[in-house]
Design a binder for this molecule. Structure first.
Ligand code: FDA
Ligand code: NAP
Length: 449
């Protein structure tokens, strides 16, 4: 990789911040651009704070499945001939025939994780693992519009280095959200850290557990705890009357099509709001039908046996958590009449969702160069580049954090192949523009396949 001293001399065309599926897909798009235009490869480098590739490892629960078709992989929608497709992976693992015999569009999360690791391995010398990006600032002498960005990175041993890039692509992922006033600790967990926290306990010490939320994470964790803790009382605290199904029927699923991004992006503010309202139930606070049925089956079986230990407490929100030593008391508040009651548990899991990526923390003072809309959200160009108030020859792109501009697929995997291609194209075209001294966008400059 390019970092050798406290200051890497190389100027990268692109530095990717975070190496989850989105930036992995971008690495593939850039690699394939290099193969089709070897005379003008894009110089790139990625940084990932985890010690090795990992995709929501703490939620790799047994038998959980993907929520997208295997064909919505890292590359196929952009380049069906890519060697990084899920089908290529199956072929490489000598499992293609069995996969087809299995007749399932939705692999397990475990298998998809193995696919992602397999693809990531091809870029191991272009990714600095165990390396966190701490800031991005323009390189400026105050006269001309900044052309370069200085990216500060911190390695596991606390050493700080800087690298220089013409563009950064921020893809740091979702940010775990806890209700106000709640702090995570060894008894109060967010779903994003679930398996790590769970494994730190002797299951025999977990006689009563509660899971907060009515989304996919909550339902999967509830099912898991019910399986893994056969002696325990399991409380599911859900704000709705019952779990609601994630709409993945064909017409609704079109909201994740690449074409839906244009519909959303070029719509009016009211249009976007309506789009969001109609189709939020494809993703948020909803659960796959098979998981809902599995949970209901358990409740029913317990009813038949006359032994209840899975308690679905509906129309209920958690309003407070009191902690002392091993004691955790959670205040349950009725959505109907605000009546409250306390529940004592040995562990409390908040599957309370996530906030979107916000690049402001990395940008610091530099963030004031970027425009925001009336609601205070970053303005983003169609090519995922932040809109700046002053002329900047360098670019800050987002993969994620663009739900308000590019729609529902922004935080998901559905569109990453196409989106990565669009970002790679933009970087290549803008570089060609700069090199040729053109002020207008170019029509022909080796777009990414
Ligand atoms: P992701 O969060 O995966 O990666 C971001 C990376 O950036 C992380 O590896 C992080 O360590 C790193 N990072 C953060 N800050 C950094 C810094 N400052 N410096 C360096 N590295 C940094 N969607 C879907 O379409 N289908 C599905 O089946 C699922 N399944 C699913 C399961 C679970 C449990 C969750 C929580 C979410 C999903 N999702 C999903 C949605 C999810 O957002 C999506 O699958 C991807 O994780 C998006 O990939 P990204 O690379 O954008 O983020
Ligand atoms: P989510 O869909 O945002 O759900 C969060 C839930 O927590 C909502 O039901 C919310 O209720 C509830 N909640 C928040 N605060 C609460 C409180 N104080 N009391 C009670 N309930 C509270 O989050 P998620 O389930 O983590 O899903 C996030 C993303 O990950 C989605 O894209 C999902 O599809 C994905 N995911 C995928 C898989 C998989 O692929 N197998 C697994 C897990 C997650 P309100 O709606 O009322 O706020």
């Amino acid at each position: 990789m390019g970092i050798t001293g406290s200051r890497d001399q190389e100027i990268y065309d692109l530095v990717g911040i975070g190496f989850g599926p989105s930036n992995l897909s971008l690495a593939i798009a850039l690699e394939e651009h290099g193969a089709s235009a070897p005379q003008q490869p894009v110089r790139f480098q990625f940084f990932e704070r985890q010690p090795s590739f990992g995709w929501h490892r703490n939620m790799l629960l047994p038998s959980t499945t993907m929520q997208i078709s295997f064909l919505k992989d890292l590359a196929t929608f952009r380049n069906p001939l890519s060697r990084f497709s899920f089908v290529s992976y199956l072929h490489a693992k000598n499992r293609l025939v069995q996969f087809v015999n299995n007749q399932d569009f939705y692999p397990t999360r475990q298998e998809f994780h193995q696919y992602l690791e397999w693809a990531a391995d091809a870029f191991r010398d272009r990714v600095g693992y165990g390396t966190e990006v701490t800031s991005v600032r323009p390189v400026t002498d105050g006269s001309a519009p900044p052309e370069l960005l200085r990216v500060e990175v911190r390695t596991g041993d606390g050493t700080t280095r800087t690298v220089t890039a013409r563009n950064v692509v921020v893809s740091t992922g979702l940010v775990p959200r806890l209700p106000q006033g709640v702090t995570a600790d060894d008894r109060v967990w967010h779903s994003s850290e679930f398996l790590r926290r769970f494994r730190a306990h002797d299951p025999r010490d977990l006689g009563s557990v509660a899971v907060v939320g009515a989304g996919q994470s909550a339902a999967e964790i509830t099912r898991f705890l019910h399986d893994e803790l056969p002696h325990a009382e399991v409380h599911a605290i859900i704000p709705s009357y019952g779990y609601s199904v994630a709409d993945d029927t064909p017409f609704a699923n079109q909201v994740f099509d690449p074409g839906a991004v244009d519909a959303y992006y070029f719509g009016t503010e009211q249009g976007r709001e309506a789009f969001w309202r109609y189709h939020r139930n494809t993703n948020y606070s909803v659960v796959d039908a098979d998981v809902i049925r599995a949970l209901y089956q358990r409740v029913y079986d317990e009813e038949v046996r006359g032994v209840r230990r899975l308690h679905v407490r509906n129309l209920t929100r958690v309003s407070e958590v009191k902690r002392r030593d091993n004691e955790t008391r959670v205040t349950l508040c009725s959505v109907l009449d605000e009546h409250t009651e306390e529940l004592a548990v040995d562990a409390l899991v908040f599957a309370s969702g996530y906030d979107g990526l916000d690049p402001a923390r990395l940008l610091g003072d530099f963030d004031r160069h970027f425009l925001r809309d009336a609601s205070g959200r970053h303005r983003v160009e169609r090519d995922y580049r932040l809109v700046s108030s002053t002329a900047l020859a360098c670019g800050v792109y987002l993969q994620g954090g663009t739900e308000h501009t590019h729609g529902l697929s922004s935080a998901l995997l559905s569109n990453i192949a196409v989106r990565s291609g669009e970002i790679a194209d933009s970087v290549v075209l803008r570089r060609a523009e700069r090199e040729l001294g053109h002020s207008q966008p170019l029509e022909e400059a080796s777009p990414v396949a």
